[in-house]
Design a protein around this ligand. Structure first.
Ligand SMILES: *[C@@H]1O[C@H](CO)[C@@H](O)[C@H](O)[C@H]1NC(C)=O
Length: 489
């Protein structure tokens, strides 16, 4: 209901902005011509009469056109920039339901429903098409239970995102089917939504780990969890936000996305950092959390984050050797102890490897504000939760815990993304038995928030009109396999 008037108002904005232009006929351009003619020698009398007659006819014609154009502004309307939706071209499902997207400089992207319409814009406004303004999420969901959690995360994104959303979801059939059952309820979203399912086979993931040669997992998330180290090899986007499934937003995800703009040029990985945490049993890997990550995937590809037997076999040496092996060696020694086995001393699955990477290369790392990872795991959601709505910031800060000796010491945590990890005894954190215990402190803090977001109906997301939703599925080819096919050319 909102999208159509929005699209129209964008039209109107564009047209009205043309009123302010100084280059319409009758303006300075014609004056210049008059001035010029006054400098030229006077033509003979007959020529002057013919000139006056033609001029009068022209003026009459112009007045006639102005009157019959029903009040429309008569402006020098020149080129039109209209380009088909980029995603349409890479659609793998062949269902091109997205209406033509016309990019207009200085306004939002407009999705025009129905047959293609021509949008006219001022020529001086056509500088460059806007880059895609979508917030890009990369999620991994393996099994239905993981998708049940992840669907709540996705729903919260759609509830709050003020930008279009892109979801790149690495998943199996069960997870895809569950998510599709929820997406099917949304047909009039407020913002454009793109969903792409990436479907690696179990064997293809095993093979990639095999080609890496040194890593293995000790973690319950197992093999799919290790794929967090290979996102840059699976998802062909420039950058994205990775979030574990056991989390949901309580504010606009665009705020998290905007952090990319604030990063140092060398930064490729952003995650929350807790230098105050000591965990000798985990080699201190709990000082980071690979649960919420801003990933510059293009940089990680250029760094060749993870090694492969295919890269090792490339004798041209045109590319730097992979970053992973040297980082893992620096922290954990030789794989298997003698360099011939696999690491058996790395804890917390992928996080142990990320910890080695960002410890070895602090130049590519920046800490994430805890606002975006309010975690129930060990850190007790920093002792914050729903409560008195008139609490001021200094009072809130005085109560918060686990901020001393961290990058956020003295800075109040204003929760935007809640992360319910370490709730044991259940596959789905929403079913954790603690939620039903009135005395449970986590339930007191956040139980109502969970209940609201869980119970929020997908059909309530149907509050737009002109925006569309596009779903695709694709198989997975890892970057090292692409590389193999390139070098054999
Ligand atoms: C963990 O951190 C502590 C305190 O900084 C340090 O003494 C210890 O060597 C670290 N352990 C590992 C395995 O890095």
């Amino acid at each position: 209901m909102v999208g159509e008037p929005l699209a129209r108002s964008a039209h109107r904005r564009t047209l009205s902005s043309q009123f302010t232009t100084s280059t319409y006929p009758g303006g300075p351009r014609n004056n210049i011509r008059h001035n010029n003619s006054s400098f030229s020698p006077l033509p003979p009398l007959t020529h002057r009469r013919r000139y006056l007659a033609i001029s009068s006819l022209l003026i009459l014609a112009i007045i006639f056109i102005l009157k019959t154009s029903a009040g429309a502004p008569f402006h020098r309307i020149t080129s039109v920039y209209s380009k088909p939706n980029l995603e349409d071209q890479v659609s793998s499902c062949g269902k091109l339901t997205t209406p033509t997207r016309t990019t207009i400089y200085g306004t939002d992207t407009v999705y025009i429903p129905g047959p293609t319409q021509t949008v006219t814009v001022q020529d001086n406004a056509l500088i460059q098409p806007h880059p895609s303004k979508a917030v890009v999420f990369i999620l991994i969901m393996w099994s239905k239970t993981s998708a049940i959690e992840g669907a709540l995360l996705v729903k919260s994104i759609l509830m709050y995102n003020t930008s279009p959303s892109e979801f790149h979801i690495i998943c199996d059939d069960e997870a895809e089917n569950y998510l599709r059952s929820r997406f099917a309820l949304v047909h009039r979203p407020r913002q454009h939504i793109l969903i792409r399912f990436y479907k690696p086979s179990w064997q293809s993931m095993l093979d990639r780990i095999e080609r890496e040669g040194t890593i293995q997992t000790d973690h319950s998330a197992g093999l799919p969890g290790l794929m967090k180290l290979f996102i840059h090899e699976i998802v062909p986007v420039e950058k994205g936000i990775y979030i574990d499934t056991d989390a949901f937003f309580i504010s606009d995800p665009t705020l998290l996305w905007n952090i990319f703009e604030t990063l140092k040029p060398s930064t490729a990985v952003v995650m929350s950092s807790h230098p105050d945490q000591n965990s000798p049993e985990w080699n201190n890997a709990s000082r980071i959390c690979s649960c919420v990550m801003l990933l510059d995937l293009e940089k990680l590809r250029n760094l060749r984050l993870m090694d492969s037997s295919i890269y090792q076999a490339d004798s041209t040496h045109r590319f730097p050797s992979a970053l992973g092996p040297e980082a893992f060696r620096a922290m954990y020694g030789l794989p298997g102890g003698d360099g011939r086995g696999r690491y058996d001393n790395v804890r917390l699955g992928d996080q142990g490897y990320w910890w080695a990477i960002v410890s070895h290369r602090p130049d590519i790392f920046e800490p994430l504000s805890y606002d975006f990872e309010v975690t129930s795991c060990l850190l007790n959601t920093y002792n914050i939760g729903l409560g008195n709505d008139d609490t001021d910031e200094s009072e809130e800060l005085s109560r918060q815990s686990f901020l001393i000796d961290t990058p956020q010491e003295g800075i109040v945590v204003l929760p935007k993304l809640l992360h319910f990890n370490c709730l044991h005894g259940t596959d789905v954190y929403m079913n954790w038995e603690g939620w039903s215990h009135p005395d449970n402190i986590l339930a007191q803090r956040w139980g109502a928030a969970l209940k609201y977001h869980e119970g929020y109906k997908w059909i309530w997301l149907n509050n737009g009109g002109g925006s569309s939703m596009q779903m695709e599925a694709t198989s997975v080819v890892f970057a090292d396999e692409h590389f193999a096919s390139e070098i054999s050319l």
